[in-house]
Design a binder for this molecule. Structure first.
Ligand SMILES: [Zn+2]
Length: 259
């Protein structure tokens, strides 16, 4: 197996959106990650970054939220082009696992024609009818597509084993949104790697018990973070957080990979 890290541009933002109560008005540029896994049974994407439209007219596509999260992305950094650059065609992608459907994750939905899109039922529902404070983070044009959804049902499907071989396990990690999910990838040489996406933005959220700055349920967020802290400290799992500019710099990026 191979695990590739892609950077689908950055968001120019402020730190307090990521660490509640810390870094008010402090400029904070965060990566927009997406991941490709080469599994013997097929290619799997975890998240798809920003939509191509943000390279053309981001205010038109994202609206007023660009004042808080300003996307900077080139056409080369769009997920479809990054996948092609490592020699994989969009039609070769078998599953696209959606951590959640926020605008910096769902920008590639519909561009992998043979893929099943793995999403939590609650997330898909909430994306259409979000609370007012979350409305700006869901762009209906990104996810309202005629794709084959592969629906998971929250706690009932927690630790869903995608290929039944223990290599890619989908964890239900609600809090940031009602239907957030993360994945554990068991690599031969690197060992177990947990891709948290936005259930945990930065290492600071884990190490210092700082709440993520934006979230649907702070209480569930803390439970999810506690679970991954346990994975890390008791089971030696490497945690890759969702938008950590410091940690992100240390990782190998495509075309390099972890195996
Ligand atoms: Zn995000």
């Amino acid at each position: 197996m191979k695990l590739y890290f892609f950077e689908c541009g950055i968001l120019k933002s402020q730190k307090h959106y990521f660490t509640a109560g810390r870094g008010l008005l402090e400029p904070f540029d965060v990566p927009v990650p997406a991941f490709l896994i080469e599994h013997p049974r097929g290619y799997v994407l975890y998240d798809t970054g920003n939509a191509l439209e943000v390279t053309i007219d981001k205010k038109k596509h994202w609206g007023a939220i660009v004042a808080a999260y300003d996307p900077v992305m080139t056409e080369d950094q769009w997920i479809v082009n990054q996948v092609k650059r490592v020699g994989v065609q969009p039609e070769d992608i078998k599953y696209v696992i959606m951590s959640h459907l926020h605008l910096d994750h769902a920008g590639g939905v519909g561009h992998f024609p043979k893929a099943k899109y793995v999403v939590q039922r609650e997330e898909l529902y909430y994306a259409y009818v979000p609370d007012s404070f979350m409305k700006g983070a869901y762009i209906r044009a990104d996810f309202d597509k005629d794709v084959e959804w592969f629906i998971l049902e929250g706690w009932r499907d927690n630790k869903f084993d995608l290929f039944g071989d223990g290599k890619i396990i989908i964890y239900f990690t609600p809090g940031h949104t009602p239907g957030h999910q993360s994945i554990l990838v068991n690599l031969e040489n690197t060992g177990p790697v947990f891709l948290s996406a936005d259930s945990c933005y930065t290492i600071e959220n884990i190490d210092e018990d700082v709440l993520p700055g934006l979230g649907w349920s702070p209480s569930l967020s803390l439970q999810s973070i506690k679970m991954m802290k346990h994975l890390r400290d008791e089971m030696g799992v490497k945690i890759i957080t969702g938008h950590d500019p410091v940690a992100w710099k240390q990782y190998k990026k495509a075309p390099e990979y972890y195996d």
